[in-house]
Design a protein around this ligand. Sequence first.
Ligand code: ATP
Ligand code: MG
Length: 301
Amino acid sequence: MSADEFLALARALERRHRVEGGKGFRLRDHAADDAGPLRSMDKATANANLEDAIGVLTRRQDMMYAQDRWSLLLIFQAMDAAGKDGAIKHVMSGVNPQGCSVHSFKAPSHEELDHDFLWRCATRLPARGMIGIFNRSYYEEVLVVRVHPQLLAGQPLPDELRHKDIWDERFRDIRNFEQHLHDNGTIVRKIFLHVSRDEQRRRFLERIDEPEKHWKFSERDVAERAHWDRYMECYEDAIKNTASKECPWYVIPADRKWYTRLAVSAVVTEVLASIDVHYPKPTKERAAALAKARASLEAEG
Ligand code: ATP
Ligand code: MG
């Protein structure tokens, strides 16, 4: 596959999974085992394409880092065992670690709960030139916290602020926060890895069967399955209320790992291809300084 062909494929996948407005959005219209135009692709071809994607991504990231203007925030959200860790690992395997930061957000600490719900994520945003990856994020505040009302009850909020509109307020705050990032040069892309309940069950069983995967398994994750439908409602509502043209969501089918990884890298490649990243062009003064340095080095020899 040529570079141009690959970029065309990346564009098609990016478009297929992009959600940029809430109107009419229904999670059930998105199949977890969709493989889009690649349905008949074999694993070897998929892997070769993934390598191409990573090659394009590496070069683009290098330019973004050198240019020091834009930053990219990639937010990953998913149910357990949807493959967040694997997707992050594969997609970012070719990028310069100096230009990339990954942060996982777990249940908040006391210190974190003593601040507004965006605070802990705001302290981890990528600087200019950097790609920042959030493995979970402030979206947990409208997902797990909404599914389990006792989590909200445990947050030290003033009582009069715990009213029925709290979720709409949080959606509004998230929209405004992301718009603010966008307006300041941070590109925000939100990725939901959409795994089916059946596939999650298969992956949990695999984790139990394979000793090397025991560490990934938690009994609590199985208990969480009882809330599956409620989680899906909350994901749908969150995506509906926070997808925008500037800061879209991507609903990526996650039942086939090879497809998930290819689609995620297509999204990232396409995003980096859509902004004007380039190596800084030398100014006249800079060109003169380089010529002078060259002359001085050559004189040494
Ligand atoms: P893995 O997929 O490998 O299990 P993980 O991201 O699920 O990784 P865990 O250590 O299992 O990591 O757990 C993180 C847990 O923290 C999740 O259950 C998540 O819902 C929870 N969490 C994250 N943010 C919040 C929050 N703001 N309030 C309450 N719980 C949260
Ligand atoms: Mg977990």
